[in-house]
Write a protein of this length. Structure first.
Length: 375
C-alpha cells in the first residue's frame, strides 16, 4: 500500500537535509519499490548519528531530524491503528449481521464488505468438487463506474477450476492469496476480471471440515490491498464457516425432528386403532384379537424347532427367529434394542452351535423345520 502524500513529502525533505549534512553519494534510503520510506530513512539517519558527524551543529541538526522522523512515524502508526480499529469494529457488526441473517449468508457477506467495511467489490462463490459458482456480488455505492455486466454475469453457473488456476490452488491449499495490479490477469478467470477491472484483489477460502466450501473475493477497485485486509477478510471467512456449520446442523436437527414426529404420529394411530378394536374375553384368552389387523401384523414369529436349538440361549433364539424372517443385523439391533456388535456376536455363536456357516443355511434349516411342522 502506498504511503500518504504528507509522509512522502516529509521523506523527500529528510533526504535533501541528509544530503546537505552528509554530502551527496549513493543513496540507500529508498525502498525496493523506489518510493522514499520513512522507516528506512530514519534507520539510516540514526546510524549516521551514532557514527558521528564532523561538527556539533551537524550533530544537533541530525538529532532533530531523527526526532522529527520518530514523531512522523508515531503519527502514522496512530492513524493506521485508528483505521484498523474502525475496521475491526465494523467487522464485529458484520459478524452480528451474519448471526441474525445466516439464511442469506452470501448476500449479507458481500453487501457488508462493500458498505460497512468499505471495499470496492465483493464476490461470494460456492465450491462443489472441481467447480466453483459465483452466487453473489456487491459493489460499493460510491463507485461511479458501471458494473452492470459484471453483476448480471454472477448467475450461479458452474465454472471448472481448470479455467481458474489461482482459485484451483486456493481450493487445494486452503490458503488466502493476494494479487497485485500487474498480476491481475495471470492464472485467473479472465471473463470476470475483464468485467471487474480491479487494481488487485484478494481471495479467501471458507473452510468447513478441512474442505473449501466457498470463496470470498474482494478489491478496492483503484487502490491496493494490505496484509491487514487479508487478515480481516480471513476472519470474516471463519465466521462464515461457523455460520454454515450451524445452519447445516439446524437443518439436520429439523429433519430428525420431523422423522421423530412422524414416527410418534404413526405409533399414536396404531395405539388408537388397538384401543378401538373390538374383542371378547374368550378371544383375549386365546391370544388373538378378532378384527384387528394391527394385532395380527404385530405378532412375533416363533423360533422353529431345529436340531441344536437346545444349545441356544433365550436371546440367541430371539436373534434366530429374526434371521429366519430375513431381518438384517441393523433390523435385529433395533428390534431387540442391542448394539450392532452384540448382534454380530450372537449370529456367530448361532452359526457355530447349529453347525452351519451362512445365514442362508440358517434360513434354510428354519424353513425346513416349519415345513415339517406344518405337515
Amino acid at each position: 500500500m502506498s504511503i500518504s502524500t504528507s509522509s512522502t513529502e516529509l521523506a523527500e525533505q529528510a533526504i535533501v537535509e541528509l544530503q546537505e549534512l552528509l554530502g551527496s553519494g549513493p543513496n540507500p534510503m529508498y525502498s525496493m519499490d523506489a518510493e522514499p520510506d520513512l522507516t528506512v530513512i530514519r534507520a539510516f539517519a540514526a546510524r549516521k548519528l551514532r557514527e558521528g558527524v564532523d561538527s556539533p551543529e551537524g550533530t544537533v541538526r541530525l538529532a532533530e531530524l531523527v526526532l522529527r522522523l520518530d514523531s512522523a512515524r508515531r503519527v502514522d502508526a496512530t492513524r493506521r491503528l485508528g483505521m484498523h480499529t474502525a475496521q475491526f469494529e465494523m467487522l464485529a457488526r458484520v459478524v452480528h449481521a451474519l448471526d441474525t441473517r445466516a439464511d442469506s449468508l452470501s448476500r449479507v457477506v458481500t453487501q457488508e464488505l462493500c458498505t460497512s467495511l468499505g471495499y470496492g467489490k465483493a464476490m461470494f462463490s460456492v465450491v462443489r468438487g472441481s467447480t466453483w459458482s459465483p452466487v453473489a456480488l456487491a459493489v460499493n455505492p460510491e463507485l461511479t463506474e458501471d458494473f452492470h455486466e459484471l453483476v448480471t454475469a454472477i448467475d450461479g453457473r458452474e465454472i471448472s477450476l481448470r479455467e481458474a488456476p489461482r482459485e484451483a490452488e486456493l481450493v487445494r491449499r486452503r490458503r488466502a492469496y493476494a494479487v497485485d495490479g500487474v498480476d491481475t490477469y495471470r492464472h485467473t478467470y479472465r471473463r470476470l476480471i475483464d468485467l471487474s477491472r480491479p487494481a488487485g484483489y484478494i481471495a479467501v477460502p471458507v473452510v468447513v471440515d478441512a474442505r473449501v466450501v466457498a470463496m470470498i473475493h474482494v478489491d478496492r477497485q483503484s487502490d491496493h490491498l494490505s496484509d491487514t485486509d487479508v487478515h480481516l477478510v480471513a476472519a470474516l471467512a471463519s465466521v462464515c464457516a461457523s455460520a454454515k456449520e450451524r445452519a447445516d446442523l439446524r437443518r439436520q436437527i429439523a429433519r430428525r425432528n420431523d422423522d421423530v414426529a412422524a414416527e410418534i404420529e404413526r405409533l399414536t394411530r396404531a395405539l388408537h386403532n388397538l384401543e378401538q378394536a373390538p374383542f371378547t374375553m374368550p378371544e383375549l384368552a386365546a391370544g388373538g384379537l378378532v378384527g384387528s389387523d394391527s394385532t395380527a401384523a404385530s405378532s412375533e414369529p416363533q423360533a422353529p424347532a431345529i436340531p441344536g436349538m437346545h444349545m441356544l440361549t433365550a436371546r440367541e433364539r430371539d436373534v434366530l427367529t429374526l434371521i429366519a424372517a430375513g431381518a438384517t443385523n441393523a433390523t435385529i439391533s433395533r428390534r431387540l434394542c442391542i448394539s450392532d456388535g452384540t448382534v454380530k456376536s450372537h449370529v456367530q455363536r448361532i452359526l457355530k452351535k447349529l453347525g452351519v456357516s451362512t445365514r442362508a443355511e440358517v434360513a434354510a434349516l428354519c424353513a425346513g423345520a416349519k415345513t415339517v411342522t406344518g405337515a
